[in-house]
Design a binder for this molecule. Structure first.
Ligand SMILES: *Cc1c(COP(=O)(O)O)cnc(C)c1O
Length: 368
């Protein structure tokens, strides 16, 4: 068995090479580097795919979050609740937009934000919750939306890992007030550089988001506000237009791999497998298990030429970047679980026999 790769962008490219090359060439032929028909088409295509009324292409997923928060227009220093297990962009965007991060703990088996802890962390200054659909499993949006309604606060969905994910047949992204997507190359739908998008069903909010992302302009040199420069570029949009029609097929392949892991590893008491809630379409950006033997297992799998990942090795509140908040101990589940999380290889690049090999090697490690 040759190396089982965690990610293999080149093998995906080879399956769509002709279309990608033609798309890039046409952008160069037309010099439509910023804006243009590829960006407009992608915004239409992606909003349709995710069932949202409006899509605004932006520079990357972090900007998407930050611009979404800015557009909601909270008074500066408002509190925004963020799950303690995520990529730092989820909380970084809050601080960058001029607000205060309040971390909520995670659900011990779903790894997404804990509704019970969110309830405890809501104060009179809370204005929003960042709902991160972590690993591709949607948060409990019903619970979060009910809390948001009764406390008059907004929901920002962080969908960077959840393209195509659904709750009861409804795609994530516009279930809350606004949704942020990343098309970083390694995501389920990835560009060939940085790219992102914001989705919303609120027309006024969409206008504001587009304005902020493009220098506050409504016309070439007519600027209503000071905005910034965060635009989806033409080459990335052309690439995303080629890739989007393949996404469902790729997500189905991820699901097949997840099913092999779930049934193959179900007999191992030392491993906690991910839970998939009823009525949910999990996008399986990551397949994350939990084991107290994590570091030894990583070493063993590495010797068997199996690459793995850790998402995330340090919970956000424990990062050096947040020590000034003095919040030690307020998110005990996330803070204690980070030492046992392990991401197994998953993606459209993997052959099923490679997945069976990973299962066999993990069973081997545990003496089965
Ligand atoms: C990747 C990611 C982001 C940031 O996206 P970029 O495009 O890299 O800026 C935000 N949130 C989560 C959960 C992510 O995984």
């Amino acid at each position: 068995m040759k190396k089982v790769k965690f990610l293999d962008l080149h093998s995906q490219y080879l399956t769509i090479q002709k279309d990608i090359d033609a798309a890039i060439k046409s952008v160069i032929t037309n010099s439509s580097y910023i804006g243009g028909s590829n960006v407009a088409d992608f915004e239409t295509n992606f909003s349709r795919y995710q069932s949202a009324d409006h899509c605004i292409g932006v520079g990357n997923g972090t900007d998407a979050l930050e611009i979404a928060i800015e557009a909601l227009g909270f008074e500066s220093g408002s509190e925004i609740i963020v799950p303690a297990n995520s990529f730092i962009a989820s909380s970084e965007a809050v601080t960058r937009a001029g607000h205060r991060v309040v971390f909520a703990d995670i659900d011990p088996v779903r790894y997404t934000i804990s509704i019970d802890d969110v309830r405890k962390k809501i104060s009179s200054r809370t204005r929003a919750i960042v709902a991160v659909h972590l690993y591709g499993h949607p948060c409990d949006m019903e619970g979060l939306l009910a809390l948001a309604k009764s406390n008059n606060i907004k929901i920002i969905e962080d969908c960077a890992q959840a393209h195509g994910a659904e709750i009861k047949g409804k795609r994530v992204g516009a279930l809350g007030d606004v949704g942020a997507f990343s098309f970083y190359p390694g995501k389920n739908l990835g560009a060939y550089g940085d790219a992102g998008a914001v989705l919303t069903n609120d027309k006024n909010l969409a206008v504001k988001i587009r304005m902020i992302a493009n220098h506050g302009r409504i016309d070439k040199y007519n600027h209503l506000i000071e905005g910034r420069n965060s635009r989806l570029d033409g080459i990335q949009a052309a690439i995303l237009n080629v890739k989007l029609p393949h996404l469902d097929k790729w997500l189905d392949h991820r699901k097949k791999i997840a099913e092999i892991y779930l049934s193959g590893l179900s007999g191992l008491n030392s491993i906690t497998l991910p839970i998939i809630d009823d009525g949910v379409r999990h996008a399986f950006h990551l397949f994350v298990i939990r084991t107290l033997d994590r570091d030894k297992l990583v070493k063993f799998l590495n010797e068997k030429k199996i690459e793995t990942g850790i998402h995330y090795p340090i919970s956000l509140p424990k990062l050096t970047a947040y020590q000034h908040l003095c919040i030690s101990g307020t998110t005990p589940i996330a803070d204690s679980q980070d030492g046992s999380l392990l991401s197994l290889p998953i993606g459209e690049h993997l052959k099923l026999e490679e997945v069976y090999y990973v299962v066999d090697m993990i069973k081997n490690f545990y003496g089965h």
